[in-house]
Design a protein around this ligand. Structure first.
Ligand code: SAM
Length: 280
């Protein structure tokens, strides 16, 4: 008997459309694939569509599934390929196909990454999304070059600042210059003279130590020790390129101190052996 013939028969509901998977906004960290979280790795491995930025390093791109559709949506200075609005529209369109979509960004998606704008764009279309944290450049590059963001007696806090300041609210330079804390400028390589000028004008000493970290957490990482006064000159002389972070504050001298201590230990190992015996 056909089900439709009998009006008293139990209702047969039409199958529910399969639930759409959430879009994952993934932080890829500063470059070293071993700094990816396990959660990020698993989501990447299951992706059918990957939209990724130019700061996502080659070794991390190599983890993208061979079967996935890969879409480069990177923005580079003077070479904007897609507007932020275009990226959001693409993200929404791919998510609406029901495929497993991941959006991979350098560092953490919610630190100078416009990830929150993408979350809003997805939410406006009723699309679920989940953020998977990444190691932001300030943390990753600090650790890989042994610059602590805080250190007892030297820095009680740390502020992440955008160096380009385009379309942003005005920066409170007197707050930045005054506090006993570490400053980390993202996207500041082309604004070094203005950063120096503003910080000095608001009272920071011109000889404040600075470290510049180019390509942090990557095999080609470079670390340059300089000062507020000299940083623009030294960056030019070393021909530093993006991505580079600018660390300002006394903590930037720690790698120098460590190098000195290690050199002392290497040149006089017996002294350390004696100390170890005495304290045993
Ligand atoms: C658009 S912001 C993206 C920040 C990213 N969302 C994060 O959390 O690290 C790009 C800036 O981050 C910094 N940056 C990112 N990765 C870096 C790396 N591996 N080495 C040095 N600086 C890096 C640079 O200042 C670069 O201009």
């Amino acid at each position: 008997m056909a089900l439709t013939d009998n009006h008293n028969s139990p209702t047969v509901s039409s199958p529910r459309p399969p639930a759409r998977p959430p879009v994952y906004l993934i932080g890829a960290g500063p470059g070293d694939p071993e700094l990816l979280t396990l959660k990020a790795y698993k989501a990447i491995k299951q992706a059918e569509v990957v939209l990724y930025d130019n700061l996502v390093s080659e070794p991390i791109r190599a983890l993208f599934p061979a079967t996935a559709e890969l879409i480069y949506v990177g923005k580079q200075r003077h070479r904007h390929q897609l507007s932020q609005g275009d990226i959001e529209a693409q993200l929404v369109a791919f998510a609406q196909t029901g495929k497993r979509v991941v959006r991979v960004k350098g560092g953490d998606p919610l630190v100078f990454g416009r990830g929150s704008e993408e979350l809003l764009a997805l939410a406006k279309q009723g699309i679920d999304a989940e953020v998977i944290a990444g190691i932001t450049a300030a943390n990753g590059c600090g650790s890989s070059s042994e610059i602590p963001l805080t250190h007892r007696g030297l820095a009680q806090g740390c502020t992440f600042v955008t160096g380009h300041g385009r379309n942003e609210q005005p920066i409170d330079w007197s707050f930045l210059a005054a506090a006993n804390h570490t400053l980390v400028f993202y996207m500041g390589l082309n604004a070094l003279p203005q950063i120096r000028q503003q910080l000095c004008q608001h009272g920071m000493a011109a000889n404040t130590p600075v470290a510049l970290v180019e390509n942090g957490c990557r095999p080609q990482q470079r670390l340059i020790h300089t000062s507020l006064e000299q940083m623009a000159h030294d960056a030019l002389r070393a021909q530093l390129q993006s991505p580079t972070l600018i660390y300002v504050g006394a903590v930037t001298e720690l790698p120098l101190q460590l190098a000195q201590l290690r050199a002392q230990a290497a040149s006089n190992p017996s002294q350390f052996a004696t100390l170890a015996k005495e304290s045993a």
